[in-house]
Design a protein around this ligand. Structure first.
Ligand code: HEC
Ligand code: CU
Length: 347
């Protein structure tokens, strides 16, 4: 009875674990459903190595089981000493050559893809392809800046890229080491403070993909998310045009009061809107087009107010906390109205 109980418990434990682990991959942040060229290469390398490993395990297990039964001690033969073998040329050659072949099968695509994934010739000065889109990524303690140097456009938190082409990145860290990772489209690379790393991403389909910092950088490291919005080339060109000529349209009275507060409370000392302001903090020119607030909060009024009231509560150790005079509730209302009017995509 006891025994049955234990088995049942183990069974339910493993079932729960399987269910739990099955929830690990969401299609917008997984390496197992690739939606980009780099991710596809990485996925096929994972598959080929997994298949080879499984085949090896299966073959070895089958041989092991066969040998166990075939050569076990039989009734009546208890005292029989089997023939003693020392060395067997044929077998030794077989079990040396097979792993070498398997390693070659693994090495050829791995080396080839490694070079393809590292190929950034179209962004290099000497071999620059004028049509290649280049984005400068700068990682800050706990937010991301994306600059399109050829178009004089800066945005933050949401990276907008066109589908159907390789987009090239210069990656840098502004304060400490961070790392840039967009699993579903492919690729991860460190953003260092003392050198610029380069890589590319190629999204096949339009959609929103999640990006993460993957280098432990401080208390809010786990909250240092960004989003990649892949859009058609046409939508991308429209967006770039609008961003390059961004003119904040602030029409309601409340929003205008917010705009004034944005200057008075020296928000503008860190944040830029349009051509005004500084690059010490996320560029807010298109804040109302974001998918998230501060990279992680759902995009709604309540969350923006919570952020302005006390950013420390949301992202411990962030660089905005206590840098401006405490805001009254009516000031928060005005700033919220103002920030929600900063859009290049909405009417
Ligand atoms: C000392 C510089 C500084 C000042 C002053 C400052 N901020 Fe910030 N702000 C930041 C930084 C840094 C972040 C990014 C925080 C993070 O995500 O880690 C940020 C984030 C934000 C965000 C979220 C941005 C996004 O893209 O999701 C909003 C909105 C914001 N600040 C509004 C304001 C307002 C309004 C004021 C003025 C009352 C203000 N900030 C004053 C540095 C500053
Ligand atoms: Cu980090």
């Amino acid at each position: 009875m006891k025994q049955g109980h234990l088995k049942w418990r183990l069974f339910s434990l493993f079932t729960m674990m399987a269910l739990f682990l099955a929830g690990c991959g969401e299609s917008y942040i997984t390496t197992l459903e690739p939606k980009g060229e780099g991710a596809e290469m990485q996925f096929s390398l994972m598959m080929i190595s997994t298949i080879i490993m499984v085949v090896v395990v299966l073959v070895v297990t089958l041989i092991f089981i066969y040998v166990m039964f075939r050569f076990r001690e039989r009734k009546g033969d208890e005292n029989k000493i089997p023939e003693q073998v020392e060395g067997n040329h044929k077998l030794e050659i077989i079990w040396t050559v097979i792993p070498i072949l398997l390693l070659i099968i693994l090495a050829v695509p791995t080396v080839s893809y490694t070079f393809k994934l590292a190929d950034v010739t179209p962004m290099k000065e000497e071999t620059r392809d004028k049509d290649a889109l280049v984005v400068n990524v700068t990682a800050y303690l706990y937010w991301w800046e994306f600059e399109y140097p050829d178009h004089k456009v800066v945005t933050s938190q949401d990276l907008i890229i066109p589908t159907g082409e390789r987009v090239y990145f210069n990656l840098k860290g502004a304060d400490v080491k961070h790392a840039f990772w967009v699993p579903t489209i492919g690729g991860k690379m460190d953003t260092n403070t003392d050198n610029t790393n380069q890589m590319w991403l190629h999204a096949y389909e339009e959609g929103i993909y999640y990006g993460k910092c993957t280098e432990l950088c401080g208390p809010s490291h786990g909250l240092m998310d960004f989003k990649v919005r892949a859009v058609s080339k046409e939508d991308f060109n429209n967006w770039i045009d609008k961003m390059a000529n961004v003119q904040p349209k602030v029409d309601t009275e409340l929003a205008q009061a917010g705009e004034q507060l944005f200057q008075e409370k020296s928000c503008i000392g860190c944040h830029a809107v349009g051509n005004e302001g500084s690059r010490l903090a996320p560029n807010l020119s298109n804040f109302a087009d974001r998918t998230r607030i501060a990279g992680i909060l759902d995009y709604n009024e309540g969350n923006l107010k919570d952020w302005l009231r006390d950013p420390e509560e949301i992202k411990p150790g962030n660089k905005m906390t206590n840098t401006y005079d405490k805001l009254e509730e009516d000031e928060i209302d005005a700033l919220t109205e103002y920030l929600f009017s900063l859009s290049v995509e909405k009417k």
